[in-house]
Ligand binder design. Structure first.
Ligand SMILES: Nc1ncnc2c1ncn2[C@@H]1O[C@H](COP(=O)(O)OP(=O)(O)OP(=O)(O)O)[C@@H](O)[C@H]1O
Length: 223
């Protein structure tokens, strides 16, 4: 689905990381962990074509992004749902409209009952008409997850999806992501939260990648 081959990235200063090789096969579940500032968000941005690698190859659904134009990459990105770290809602639009926004942008009409089902799945039917600033942290994260999956993507990339929520809400979000994986979606979660990773490992076969010292390392058993 998504493959990085010997990838390096620099924002202009020194290299943030280099020699990063990873593969997210269909239906796989990965965690990406590592210290703050190691470059997890940056790596996710490379995985969905938001940034271009300074060296190496990024393949999205088998296609080398270096050979693709912006429109091609935009098309491929529709197959990837992203849960951003800061959620990024349009605060003047109700929650339901924020969740449906990717459909609107793509010029597609979603069936109202599908949106209703999605709101029910994330437990936000009651909050559908509220504005994003009125939501709690956990509600915002669930709304962000709903928005990420509304286009039925093949891959879900979640950047700290349980940041700023309590343990019960972390578990609830994790359960939703595991459900998506059981439906066949490829899932990558960037997180600092090692207890979340431990909790997931009893539920799903997850591979843990650690970004540290400018390299990707497979995390050992000492999580
Ligand atoms: N647009 C940018 N321009 C310049 N430097 C940037 C930019 N975005 C991020 N950085 C820097 O790149 C480094 C990695 O940032 P990134 O957000 O990818 O790390 P992270 O591992 O996700 O961190 P955290 O766990 O704290 O969210 C940081 O030092 C950050 O300041």
């Amino acid at each position: 689905m998504i493959e990085l081959d010997n990838v390096a990235y620099s924002y202009g200063g020194g290299e943030l990381f280099s020699s990063v090789t990873l593969s997210l096969p269909p239906g796989s579940f990965h965690f990406l962990t590592g210290p703050s500032g190691a470059g997890k968000t940056t790596l996710l941005k490379l995985c969905y074509g938001e940034l271009t690698a300074t060296a190496g190859q990024v393949r999205l659904f088998g296609q080398d992004t270096r050979s693709l134009g912006r429109d091609d990459i935009a098309q491929l990105r529709r197959r990837i749902g992203v849960v951003h770290q800061d959620c990024q809602f349009l605060d003047h639009l109700p929650v339901a409209e924020n969740i449906a926004l990717p459909l609107t942008v793509a010029g597609r009409d979603g069936a109202p009952e599908d949106l209703e089902d999605l709101l029910g799945w994330v437990g936000l039917r009651r909050q559908a008409g509220q504005l994003p600033p009125e939501l709690s942290g956990g509600e915002r994260q669930r709304a962000a997850l709903a928005r990420a999956v509304i286009m039925s993507p093949d891959v879900i990339l979640a950047d700290e999806p349980t940041g700023n929520v309590d343990w019960d809400m972390s578990q609830r979000l994790l359960t939703l992501l595991i459900e998506l994986n059981r439906m066949g979606k490829t899932v990558l979660i960037a997180t600092h939260d090692l207890s979340l990773i431990r909790a997931a490992k009893s539920e799903v076969e997850a591979r843990v990648l650690r970004l540290k010292d400018r390299r990707i390392q497979a995390a050992g058993a000492n999580l």
